[in-house]
Design a protein around this ligand. Sequence first.
Ligand SMILES: [Mg+2]
Length: 195
Amino acid sequence: MRSALPEADLLIDANSCYSVSRAIEVGRMLEDHGFCHFEEPCPYWEFEKTKAVADALDIDVTGGEQDCHLTDWRRMIETRAVDIVQPDVMYVGGLSRTLRVCRMAEAAGLPVTPHCANLSMVTLFTMHLLRAIPNAGKYLEFSIEGPEYYPWQYGLFTDCPFVIEDGHAILGDAPGWGVEVAPDWLARSKYQSSK
Ligand SMILES: [Mg+2]
């Protein structure tokens, strides 16, 4: 992998699948191959297992995409279960709550590399978040899933408010979220009321 992509940063996601001993074994192999980011090595709700892996390895152990309770975030950050926190703006419950997670991480000296799984509003929210915090991580998670996986994310905006150039996301300075949801996309949508 390293020889095939000598210039690339290598990040990997284990999606909660390893025991502590297996995660450490895999993590050592990843370190030997130049990876820099080992995401969710153990079942995400078992912070003490993730912490044991983070303590044992040099590679950055990361996580948090599944977590929405601020008490869980406090415990994860205070115990330093991860080296990098990965809140999802939508799963945590919006930008204000995500900022609370970011500030907890900032106080602990941890960077924030949010989880961001598709190209809808969550990507815009995440771009604005990363511009607003002092402890933004090095990466914007930017979906490469195609139309067979997320057919609804195409044609969502009247104009795409960002470009990706040389591996960097460039976002304009338009007010608000800097975007208009396309009227024809809304016209094709289903409406549901929860009252
Ligand atoms: Mg993930």
